[in-house]
Design a protein around this ligand. Structure first.
Ligand code: SF4
Length: 342
């Protein structure tokens, strides 16, 4: 069943001007986030995943710019909005949570007041008492124990996991259409990470919200997301439903990422296989496939021409020369996978 998208990104290009030249961080990215669903955007540092989310929010600082493409929220174009219009959209229609809540929280203001400020920013007519009640409701919603008492606490009195709960409360204050979460669990230990993911999943169900979840961790994607876009070198290398991508990855970079995550069922003592090499220089991005220097299947054409984006199923696509209709099937691991041979 085709769901209606809340967010439609088309051919997005974003660059940063630096003293060394133009960093082409995002180079033509297209995807949808469907209503009430979670899209995971996964990739290594420098793949362009965080810049994609900052482009949506127009939080690129003075050196960054969306140079081409379209971003539509509920059918409304965002790239042409003024700063003032975007300020109203941020928080109210799109909210964001980051990896380190301490960088977003003021250490000198009680946490309840900080959540209240968010409400005041977007609902000036709300009385002080209504605001207090709403903050209490939000603290309860994100399962903060003894909310009346904990509203008066300062950030340093909360653990990392509890601070992230406050950030989620703040993000949900205005019931946004879309929540963008950028590595929100990376700084947390595994058991707290699991609690936060469960919380996000249950809140999403309760509120019917859409989530765009940015992470380098495919394991986290498996727990939370309905769909996943794998980014590398400022491009989407593969996009598919979560089950499809885990059952049959169709891109050499995705295969590399899979091999580098721990598997509890694998032989004890078996070493994980990191992807050798490092990400491309985005000031001088390669004209062909950005993954070519690290790809075990690279061919001459890979370094010379950008690979085609090929449909590998009804709702999935991959960007790889091995999937080109003209590519030979013999000795071609991806074509064999596509045809269900491997
Ligand atoms: Fe590897 Fe070539 Fe496919 Fe890029 S296009 S992933 S280099 S086989």
């Amino acid at each position: 069943m085709v769901m209606e998208p809340i967010l439609e990104v088309r051919d997005l290009h974003t660059s940063f001007l630096t003293s060394n030249g133009e960093v082409q961080a995002v180079r033509g990215v297209s995807f949808d986030v469907e209503k009430g669903k979670t899209l995971g955007i996964v990739g290594e540092s420098g793949s362009g995943k965080s810049v994609t989310s900052l482009s949506i929010l127009q939080l690129l600082g003075v050196t960054g710019k969306v140079t081409a493409g379209s971003i539509r929220l509920g059918g409304e174009e965002l790239t042409t909005k003024s700063r003032k219009e975007m300020r109203a959209i941020r928080g109210e229609r799109i909210a964001m949570i980051f990896q380190d809540p301490m960088t977003s929280l003021n250490p000198l203001i009680p946490l309840g007041d900080q959540v209240g400020e968010m409400l005041w920013e977007h609902h000036r007519k709300m009385s002080k008492e209504e605001r207090r009640e709403k903050v209490l409701e939000l603290f309860r919603m994100v399962r903060i124990p003894e909310p009346e008492k904990r509203m008066k606490s300062y950030p340093h009195e909360f653990s990392g996991g509890m601070r992230q709960r406050v950030m989620i409360a703040m993000a949900l204050a205005c019931r946004p259409d879309l929540l963008i979460a950028d590595e929100p669990t990376t700084a947390l230990d595994v058991s707290i990470q699991d609690q936060i993911l469960k919380l996000m999943r249950s809140l999403q169900k309760e509120m019917g919200m859409s989530i765009m979840f940015i992470t380098h961790d495919l394991g986290v994607v498996a727990e939370l997301c309905d769909r996943v876009a794998v980014m590398y070198g400022g491009l989407i290398m593969e996009e598919a439903d979560i089950i499809d991508i885990f059952q049959r990855p169709m891109h050499p970079y995705t295969l590399g990422l899979m091999a580098s995550i721990p598997d509890m069922n694998q032989d004890k003592g078996k070493l994980l296989q990191p992807i050798p090499g490092s990400p491309p220089d985005m000031i001088h991005p390669p004209k062909g496939c950005p993954f070519a220097p690290r790809c075990p299947y690279a061919m001459r054409i890979c370094t010379e021409e950008m690979p085609p984006c090929v449909a590998t199923g009804e709702t999935r696509r991959s960007m790889c020369w091995l999937l080109d209709p003209e590519a030979p099937a013999e000795g071609n691991p991806l074509k064999q996978r596509k045809e269900g041979i491997a």
